[in-house]
Design a protein around this ligand. Structure first.
Ligand code: NAD
Ligand code: TYD
Length: 353
């Protein structure tokens, strides 16, 4: 048996592939375009491992998809591939539409054709698992209940709108063609291999480099943070036991305001790698112009996946964020490697005064 993972060189996909192969011996075919966010160094520990087959390519390439499905005959396809950064989607939405909408459509069509030709038993066992986000639900008022699976879709950014569109396509391919799909909508992840354009790794990397720690607006926006390996265990569980056609919200029961997270990271760095001048990293905190259309609050009601599939996060925020800070302190070469010219151009454009 084999699974096909798309986007497996990115942050969550790479963590998923590493955990999958640490947990069992079922091979993984990993299809990734290697955009700026994809990094084969995330998978260095799998060098020479015959259970991991890496293919550089686009989920929008129908010919390639058909060939990979025919050759490897996967029993499941897990779709992590996406453009994932909200700020980039504001500057340039085109890539988000191409990959997240058109790419998902092409993947669905290729999988539909492949699945349709499988023998009855293989057809019944096959799954397409689509990895999505809580951002499709839009923003919450401070005292509103957390997002359940029945919350309406109200996406506010080009990123979340493109993910919402992909979720709708996945849903429709189930209802119209019977494709056996599963969808997960997860809250903000953090952990190893997180590209330092996102808040938590950006703050760690900037703090150590003596650079400003940019807080958008008042910093009181709330996200529900989940350690990435807990997200990976939730996906494995949904693949194993999720009910076809259902969606599962995945979250950490951990709502935090951005400014509190940044202050916590500063305190951890003050302890683990004190500044040479003995001052706190918190002195580097700088409030910058807010993101246009910035969602104020996300929160996930993860009771369904707990009730039906018995999944709960293993990590608390305190243990997860400490592990994460330690990982970045121990992997300066990984950070240096991803800070290419393209990364420097993005930072210069996004944080220009
Ligand atoms: P990421 O940006 O770190 O990685 C995305 C990966 O997809 C990269 O390796 C990239 O090269 C690849 N990719 C992009 N376009 C592609 C294409 N057309 N064909 C093939 N590969 C392509 O993203 P991530 O944070 O790992 O997110 C993975 C998935 O999880 C996404 O679908 C995202 O929407 C979803 N998600 C992310 C979070 C989060 O907090 N990061 C939370 C919930 C859901
Ligand atoms: P981010 O990591 O980009 O994830 P998302 O926008 O998908 O939730 O941002 C997390 C929060 O941190 C979000 O409210 C925006 C905020 N933020 C900052 O305040 N400063 C920054 O430099 C970045 C990248 C994000």
């Amino acid at each position: 048996m084999t699974i096909l993972v798309t986007g497996g060189a990115g942050f969550i996909g790479a963590n998923f592939v590493l955990d999958w192969l640490a947990d069992g011996d079922e091979p993984v075919v990993n299809l990734d375009k290697l955009t700026y966010a994809g990094n084969l160094h995330n998978l260095d520990s799998l060098a020479g491992d015959a259970r991991h087959v890496f293919v550089q390519g686009d989920i929008g390439d129908r010919g390639l998809l058909d060939a990979l499905l025919a050759e490897h005959q996967p029993r499941a396809v897990l779709n992590f591939a996406a453009e994932s950064h909200v700020d980039r989607s504001i500057h340039g939405p085109e890539d988000f539409i191409q990959t997240n909408v058109v790419g998902t459509f092409r993947l669905l069509e290729a999988v539909r054709q492949y699945w349709g030709a499988l023998a009855a038993a293989d057809k019944a066992a096959f799954r397409l698992l689509h990895v999505s986000t809580d951002e499709v639900y839009g923003t919450l008022a401070p005292d509103a209940p957390a997002f359940s699976e029945s919350h309406g879709y109200e996406p506010n950014s080009p990123y979340s709108a493109s993910k919402a569109a992909s979720d709708h396509l996945v849903r429709a391919w189930h209802h119209t063609y019977g494709l056996p799909v599963l969808t997960t909508n997860c809250s903000n992840n953090y952990g190893p291999y997180h590209f330092p354009e996102k808040l938590i790794p950006l703050v760690i990397v900037n703090a150590l480099a003596g650079k400003p720690l940019p807080i958008y607006g008042d910093g009181r926006q709330i996200r529900d943070w989940l350690y990435v390996r807990d997200h990976c265990s939730a996906i494995r569980r949904v693949l194993q036991a999720g009910q076809v056609g259902q969606t599962y919200n995945v979250g950490g029961w951990n709502e935090q305001a951005n400014i509190d997270i940044v202050r916590l990271i500063c305190r951890l760095l003050d302890e683990l790698r004190p500044r040479a001048d003995g001052q706190s990293y918190a002195l580097q905190i700088t409030h910058v112009q807010d993101r246009p259309g910035h969602d104020r609050r996300y929160a996930i009601d993860a009771r369904k996946i707990e009730r039906e599939l018995g999944w709960r996060p293993a990590e608390t925020f305190e243990t997860g964020i400490r592990k994460t800070v330690q990982w970045y302190l121990e992997h300066p070469e990984w950070v240096a490697n991803v800070q290419s010219g393209a990364y420097r151009d993005w930072i210069a454009q996004q944080y220009a005064d």
